[in-house]
Design a binder for this molecule. Structure first.
Ligand code: Z5A
Length: 214
């Protein structure tokens, strides 16, 4: 666990919710404000975790069951935390991550729904991986899954997760909204079904209100 001085901010949401687009805008804003920060992503963000990312995201949709998948995401996360996130935060550098542990709960806990792994199992695994450490602030970009998938399909070929059926994506959305309802002090739900600049403006408003910075 780090002796933390920087803020840890995560962006979460379903397919095509626009996280990457918003992270680029947040990156530009923080640079303009002179805030020392690091942009990263999960799965991945450190060399070993990027190797696990490749293993996780390629191949057939049924390549892993939810237990194997969650263990792999957790191994990648542990490496990302110890090698990148915690050292940066200790130096006072803010860390902004495109996805983090809420994606595990939403995708493996709600989306997969194969009843192999309970949500409390996922919480236990998170505690083993990261202890009490949590993001300071999480933006959940919320969009109707059908619209999000249409956006994602325009962009490129679908990867292993994106290829799942619509009910998977509807479960995901429910998962993210449940997490936000359970942890209102950490999570802010942002309506992602509006023009990019309006989404960005909502994110900045919440950032200023919640962290009292910038
Ligand atoms: N996963 C998991 O299962 N368990 C875990 O614990 C973790 C992850 C950590 C990582 O995929 C996969 O791993 C992910 C969850 C799973 N599942 N999938 N797939 P990834 O990192 O390759 O991809 P992603 O995170 O899902 O999404 P992305 O590719 O980064 O897309 P995005 O961030 O949601 O959206 P975008 O690239 O910013 O925008 C998508 C398109 O929409 C693009 O053409 C934009 O120009 C457009 N866009 C963006 N914003 C707007 C607005 N406001 N209006 C209109 N169009 C827009």
């Amino acid at each position: 666990m780090p002796n933390k001085r920087g803020y840890f901010i995560t962006l979460e949401g379903g397919e095509g919710s626009g996280k990457s687009t918003q992270i680029k805008k947040l990156d530009a804003f923080l640079t303009e404000q002179g805030v020392s920060h690091h942009i990263t992503r999960e799965p991945g963000g450190s060399p070993a975790a990027e190797e696990i990312r490749h293993v996780l995201l390629s191949g057939q949709t049924d390549k892993w069951d939810s237990i194997s998948e969650t263990l792999l995401f957790s191994a990648a996360r542990r490496n990302h935390l110890t090698q990148v996130i915690w050292p940066k935060l200790e130096k006072g550098i803010w860390v902004i991550s495109d996805r983090y542990a809420d994606s595990t709960m939403a995708y493996q806990g709600y989306g997969r729904n194969d009843h192999l792994l309970s949500r409390s199992d996922i919480e236990v695994l998170y505690r083993i991986t990261a202890g009490d450490f949590k993001p300071d602030l999480t933006f959940i970009l919320d969009i109707d899954p059908q619209k999000g998938l249409e956006r994602a399909q325009k962009r490129a070929h679908l990867d292993r997760m994106e290829g799942q059926n619509l009910s998977f994506h509807e479960n995901l959305r429910r998962g993210f909204l449940d997490i936000a309802a359970r942890e209102p002090n950490r999570c802010v739900v942002i309506n992602a079904d509006q023009p990019e600049n309006l989404v960005h403006a909502e994110i900045l408003t919440a950032l200023k209100e919640r962290l009292h910075v910038c």
